[in-house]
Design a binder for this molecule. Sequence first.
Ligand code: HEM
Length: 140
Amino acid sequence: MYDFIQKFHSGWAYLALLVLVVAVVNSFIGMSSKKEFTSKDRKIALFALIAIHIQLLVGIILYFVSPLGFASFGQMADKALRLTSLEHPLINIIAIILITIGWSKHKKLVASESKFKTFSIFYGLGLLLILSRIPWNMWF
Ligand code: HEM
């Protein structure tokens, strides 16, 4: 069980990060070129939202089956364990909340520019937070 969930979380992260990067780049391009927000732009943002939520769900399960998750919670002196048991989950949950807020906010907006701007800010911040707390040396 642990092995499967760990591999899934590790592999899905490539896809989730890729679509999130695409969504952020797309919203920056849309914002700077002042183009119209189309259903294609909405779909890109939606795919990123879904992919990142799947990553979150698998991450929560992993947290309780991994020796590096909840089982290591409290071992603050060990940098690597502090990352996987506290910083990575906490910061990523905050990032995913921001991404979700960005998605809900865009629905209430009418102007294309505001929609692109909202995605640029919320998805962009979420991406930065996620990248800041990935256990890079475990991943590669
Ligand atoms: C977008 C969000 C997330 C991304 C992109 C992400 C990505 C990653 C990556 C790349 C690793 C290293 C995997 C490896 O060893 O090959 C990892 C490890 C881990 N993640 Fe996440 N993660 C995310 C969210 C979460 C969340 C929300 C939790 C918990 C609530 C979580 C719990 C863990 C744990 C416990 C490990 C260490 C697992 C182990 O090797 O036993 N992750 N994550």
